[in-house]
Design a binder for this molecule. Sequence first.
Ligand SMILES: [Zn+2]
Length: 283
Amino acid sequence: MLLRYKLGSLFPFVKYTNNLCEWAKKSKVTVLNYHAIPERNIENFKEQIEWVNDRYNIITPLEFNRFLKNNHTLNGHNIMITFDDGFLSSYKAIKQVLTPLGIKTLLFIPTGFVKRDRLGSWKKYVADNIYNGRLEEQNIEDYHCPMEYKQLKELLLDGHIIGGHTVSHKNLRLIKENKVLKNELLDSKHELENYFGIKIDSVAFPFGGIEHIDTKALLLIKNNYTYSYSNIRGTNTKDSDPIFIYRQNVIPDMPSNYLGLTIERGLSWYWFNDRKQLESMIV
Ligand SMILES: [Zn+2]
């Protein structure tokens, strides 16, 4: 086990301390963010979800939207689940683990990766665009294979919702040309809207850190989407601006109590300055 996972044993203490402070009285939503779910982690993933389901109220993405718009009352600490990048292994995990529990998710789909029909080298896309060159193409494992539109359609019919995640999963902050930025943020949105006949009102920044976000991308998003997700750690309340939604990035092989520590803001203090910086990008 990784050394940092030993911190998970602090979960009961952190939860107890949280319950003593003012924060406990606020209704709030922690958004979890998963990516691929390798077959070898499916049992642990199932354990995580059951662990969370026993301790928290798991809400649907639509309930979360209404909560942010002050049209829906929630009590206590709630959880919403997202998946980024449209991996086939996420589809399988949703069907196997979440569907039997009636849990609905929000999936962020890069349209250059998840295509109507799978063609060409998806491993190159994963290595170059999703791992941004940090992994070689030959080291990309099969669980990174993309789902296809027919699987997305099935998830939509099951009550999950989808959001935009650009076309080519680039760091939007590094894009200087407005035309290219528009192509990434709007062509992907329109492609999904036209194909599935739905409205896409949520988007997640590729990578999602403060170094991947800037004012020009945020303004374009604000004018074309309603909900914008980062990967900056934090918790959301009804006072949160829907353009600055925080998420907790989690992985399917972490121990449940470490996941719990993450949910209870055990890691979020480290992102304090990033949250401040994000919220000052547009006023
Ligand atoms: Zn992504």
